[in-house]
Design a protein. Structure first.
Length: 155
Protein backbone atom coordinates (compact mmCIF):
# COMPACT_ATOMS: atom_id res chain seq x y z
CA UNK A 1 0.00 0.00 0.00
CA UNK A 2 1.26 3.44 -0.91
CA UNK A 3 2.33 5.44 2.14
CA UNK A 4 1.55 9.12 2.46
CA UNK A 5 5.21 10.00 1.89
CA UNK A 6 5.42 7.79 -1.23
CA UNK A 7 2.24 9.33 -2.61
CA UNK A 8 3.52 12.85 -1.95
CA UNK A 9 6.80 12.01 -3.70
CA UNK A 10 5.01 10.58 -6.75
CA UNK A 11 2.70 13.57 -7.03
CA UNK A 12 5.54 16.04 -6.47
CA UNK A 13 7.61 14.47 -9.27
CA UNK A 14 4.69 14.35 -11.69
CA UNK A 15 3.84 17.96 -10.91
CA UNK A 16 7.47 19.07 -11.26
CA UNK A 17 7.71 17.48 -14.70
CA UNK A 18 4.29 18.81 -15.72
CA UNK A 19 5.25 22.36 -14.76
CA UNK A 20 8.49 22.09 -16.78
CA UNK A 21 6.57 20.73 -19.76
CA UNK A 22 3.87 23.38 -19.53
CA UNK A 23 6.57 26.07 -19.38
CA UNK A 24 8.13 24.59 -22.52
CA UNK A 25 4.80 24.66 -24.36
CA UNK A 26 4.18 28.21 -23.12
CA UNK A 27 7.58 29.18 -24.53
CA UNK A 28 9.66 27.57 -27.29
CA UNK A 29 7.28 24.65 -27.76
CA UNK A 30 4.50 27.00 -28.82
CA UNK A 31 6.12 27.87 -32.12
CA UNK A 32 8.28 24.87 -32.88
CA UNK A 33 7.85 23.00 -36.13
CA UNK A 34 9.84 20.08 -34.72
CA UNK A 35 8.42 16.57 -34.98
CA UNK A 36 8.78 13.43 -32.94
CA UNK A 37 8.07 10.80 -35.56
CA UNK A 38 4.91 12.24 -37.13
CA UNK A 39 3.80 14.16 -34.02
CA UNK A 40 4.23 17.92 -33.65
CA UNK A 41 3.96 19.80 -30.35
CA UNK A 42 0.19 20.34 -30.81
CA UNK A 43 -0.34 16.63 -31.37
CA UNK A 44 1.61 15.77 -28.24
CA UNK A 45 -0.48 18.19 -26.18
CA UNK A 46 -3.63 16.53 -27.49
CA UNK A 47 -2.68 13.06 -26.35
CA UNK A 48 -1.31 14.30 -23.02
CA UNK A 49 -4.85 15.53 -22.23
CA UNK A 50 -6.43 12.14 -22.87
CA UNK A 51 -3.89 10.02 -21.01
CA UNK A 52 -3.88 12.33 -17.99
CA UNK A 53 -7.67 12.19 -17.86
CA UNK A 54 -7.78 8.43 -18.43
CA UNK A 55 -5.40 7.90 -15.53
CA UNK A 56 -7.47 10.18 -13.28
CA UNK A 57 -10.65 8.37 -14.33
CA UNK A 58 -9.02 5.03 -13.50
CA UNK A 59 -7.77 6.15 -10.09
CA UNK A 60 -11.22 7.57 -9.30
CA UNK A 61 -13.06 4.50 -10.61
CA UNK A 62 -11.04 2.12 -8.45
CA UNK A 63 -11.36 4.45 -5.44
CA UNK A 64 -15.13 4.12 -5.55
CA UNK A 65 -15.06 0.36 -6.08
CA UNK A 66 -15.23 0.33 -9.87
CA UNK A 67 -13.04 -1.37 -12.44
CA UNK A 68 -9.73 -0.18 -13.88
CA UNK A 69 -10.26 2.33 -16.67
CA UNK A 70 -10.08 0.65 -20.10
CA UNK A 71 -8.11 2.28 -22.90
CA UNK A 72 -10.01 1.44 -26.10
CA UNK A 73 -7.06 1.04 -28.46
CA UNK A 74 -3.31 1.01 -28.81
CA UNK A 75 -1.45 4.26 -28.14
CA UNK A 76 -1.11 5.23 -31.82
CA UNK A 77 -4.85 4.78 -32.41
CA UNK A 78 -5.78 6.76 -29.29
CA UNK A 79 -3.28 9.49 -30.16
CA UNK A 80 -4.69 9.82 -33.68
CA UNK A 81 -8.26 10.00 -32.35
CA UNK A 82 -7.16 12.72 -29.91
CA UNK A 83 -5.48 14.63 -32.73
CA UNK A 84 -8.61 14.57 -34.83
CA UNK A 85 -10.96 15.49 -31.99
CA UNK A 86 -8.83 18.47 -30.93
CA UNK A 87 -7.72 19.61 -34.40
CA UNK A 88 -9.96 22.71 -34.39
CA UNK A 89 -8.75 23.95 -31.00
CA UNK A 90 -6.14 26.65 -30.51
CA UNK A 91 -2.83 26.05 -28.82
CA UNK A 92 -4.04 28.12 -25.85
CA UNK A 93 -7.20 26.02 -25.57
CA UNK A 94 -5.10 22.86 -25.57
CA UNK A 95 -2.81 24.23 -22.86
CA UNK A 96 -5.82 25.20 -20.74
CA UNK A 97 -7.30 21.72 -21.11
CA UNK A 98 -3.97 20.13 -20.26
CA UNK A 99 -3.65 22.24 -17.11
CA UNK A 100 -7.17 21.18 -16.13
CA UNK A 101 -6.44 17.50 -16.83
CA UNK A 102 -3.28 17.74 -14.74
CA UNK A 103 -5.19 19.33 -11.85
CA UNK A 104 -7.82 16.55 -12.05
CA UNK A 105 -5.13 13.88 -11.99
CA UNK A 106 -3.25 15.43 -9.06
CA UNK A 107 -6.53 15.72 -7.15
CA UNK A 108 -7.49 12.10 -7.88
CA UNK A 109 -4.04 10.87 -6.84
CA UNK A 110 -4.04 12.91 -3.62
CA UNK A 111 -7.46 11.54 -2.67
CA UNK A 112 -6.68 7.91 -3.56
CA UNK A 113 -6.37 5.60 -0.58
CA UNK A 114 -3.96 3.28 -2.41
CA UNK A 115 -2.06 4.03 -5.62
CA UNK A 116 -0.79 0.44 -5.76
CA UNK A 117 -4.15 -0.88 -6.93
CA UNK A 118 -4.60 -1.55 -10.67
CA UNK A 119 -6.52 1.37 -12.16
CA UNK A 120 -5.72 1.37 -15.88
CA UNK A 121 -6.20 -1.39 -18.45
CA UNK A 122 -4.38 -1.12 -21.77
CA UNK A 123 -6.06 -2.49 -24.87
CA UNK A 124 -3.80 -5.57 -24.71
CA UNK A 125 -5.19 -6.35 -21.24
CA UNK A 126 -2.14 -5.18 -19.30
CA UNK A 127 -3.06 -3.65 -15.93
CA UNK A 128 -1.18 -0.73 -14.42
CA UNK A 129 -1.42 0.71 -10.92
CA UNK A 130 -1.87 4.37 -10.09
CA UNK A 131 1.76 4.48 -8.99
CA UNK A 132 2.92 3.00 -12.31
CA UNK A 133 0.77 5.45 -14.27
CA UNK A 134 2.07 8.49 -12.37
CA UNK A 135 5.68 7.35 -12.87
CA UNK A 136 5.07 6.58 -16.53
CA UNK A 137 3.34 9.90 -17.24
CA UNK A 138 6.17 11.91 -15.66
CA UNK A 139 8.74 9.96 -17.68
CA UNK A 140 6.69 10.14 -20.89
CA UNK A 141 6.10 13.90 -20.65
CA UNK A 142 9.79 14.58 -20.02
CA UNK A 143 10.86 12.31 -22.88
CA UNK A 144 8.53 13.98 -25.38
CA UNK A 145 9.84 17.44 -24.53
CA UNK A 146 13.45 16.24 -24.72
CA UNK A 147 12.70 14.74 -28.14
CA UNK A 148 11.00 17.94 -29.34
CA UNK A 149 13.94 20.05 -28.14
CA UNK A 150 16.40 17.72 -29.85
CA UNK A 151 14.38 17.76 -33.08
CA UNK A 152 14.14 21.56 -32.98
CA UNK A 153 17.93 21.72 -32.70
CA UNK A 154 18.27 19.71 -35.90
CA UNK A 155 15.95 21.91 -37.99
Amino acid sequence: MTTGHQKDTLIFELDRVAQDVLAYFDGPGRGTEARVDRWQARDILMHFIYFHDATAWGIQSVAQGGPPWPVPGDADTVNEVCRRLHAHETFDELLTQLRQAHARLVNAARNASDLDRPCFRRSNGELLTGRQRLELLAKHWAEHVQELRAAAGKT
